[in-house]
Design a protein around this ligand. Structure first.
Ligand SMILES: [Zn+2]
Length: 256
């Protein structure tokens, strides 16, 4: 079995690079605003044509990169020479966070590819230890998400910024969270994934505000349509599942 794996992996990678660098190369219609990859289209991951074949960025990551170019968001989000905590760290966001930070800490529930193993509802950091906290698509897995949001605030300095995303139903205002939905099958049917414990609505920003953040929300409608197409900041092929998740929103919460 091991011999088979050892021989199959290089062949798989060679085929992948052939596909990415030759078959996807032209026309250079789309650009990843994180790693700079340019090509005909992104790859399919849950949504068709949304995954960067080079750095693995998805729509939410490229929206964060685009939003950080905005004056209002850029002015309130400290990244240069900052102490940055990246929870459930994604490789692609590390590409824009790590080079600018004075201290870059990756924390996760699982020890793989992180610096600190933690439970997000009980972070092992002092109050005000960070200037910026980044948490993407994590809270929908956490039973006590309000406590996790409170921890994000606690470890920030006053005036520090939390950058947060959650999968949100497109047309739902109220977060849907039913204790009766307890099995993996029921969660997959109601929330879209077996490991999700709720479906957030547009009221997610209210949760952040109630926890002590001043919130700025950015989505694809804030950008020029040509830029949205170029960086794929909205799914080119929308999904029509009841839980939605097509229009991603980025929340920048400044600790009050
Ligand atoms: Zn990329």
């Amino acid at each position: 079995m091991l011999t088979k794996l050892r021989h199959s992996r290089p062949v798989g990678l060679a085929r992948y690079y052939l596909y990415r660098d030759i078959l996807l190369a032209r026309p250079r219609r789309h650009t990843c605003n994180i790693c700079g990859w340019r090509g005909r289209r992104f790859l399919t991951y849950l949504h068709p044509f949304v995954l960067c074949p080079q750095c693995g960025s998805q729509i939410r990551h490229r929206l964060i990169a685009a939003a950080l170019q905005w004056h209002a968001v850029r002015a309130q989000t400290r990244l240069d020479e900052a102490r940055v905590l990246h929870v459930s760290p994604e490789y692609c966001l590390g590409l824009i966070l790590r080079p600018r930070a004075r201290q870059y800490v990756r924390a996760d529930r699982l020890p793989a590819a992180c610096d600190v193993r933690q439970d997000i509802t009980r972070m092992p950091f002092k109050d005000g230890a960070f200037d910026t906290v980044v948490v993407c698509d994590t809270l929908e897995h956490i039973a006590d998400d309000r406590r996790a949001i409170g921890e994000c605030r606690r470890v920030l300095v006053p005036g520090g910024t939390a950058i947060l995303t959650v999968p949100q139903s497109d047309n739902r205002h109220d977060t849907y969270d039913d204790p009766a939905v307890a099995t993996t099958e029921a969660r997959a049917a109601r929330y879209g994934q077996p490991d999700h414990v709720r479906n957030y609505g547009a009221d997610f920003g209210d949760r952040l505000a109630a926890a002590g953040f001043t919130v700025t929300c950015v989505d694809a409608s804030a950008f020029d349509p040509a830029l949205v197409t170029q960086h794929v900041l909205r799914p080119p092929v929308p999904l029509h599942e009841p839980w939605g998740w097509n229009d991603r929103r980025i929340y920048f919460g400044v600790r009050r």
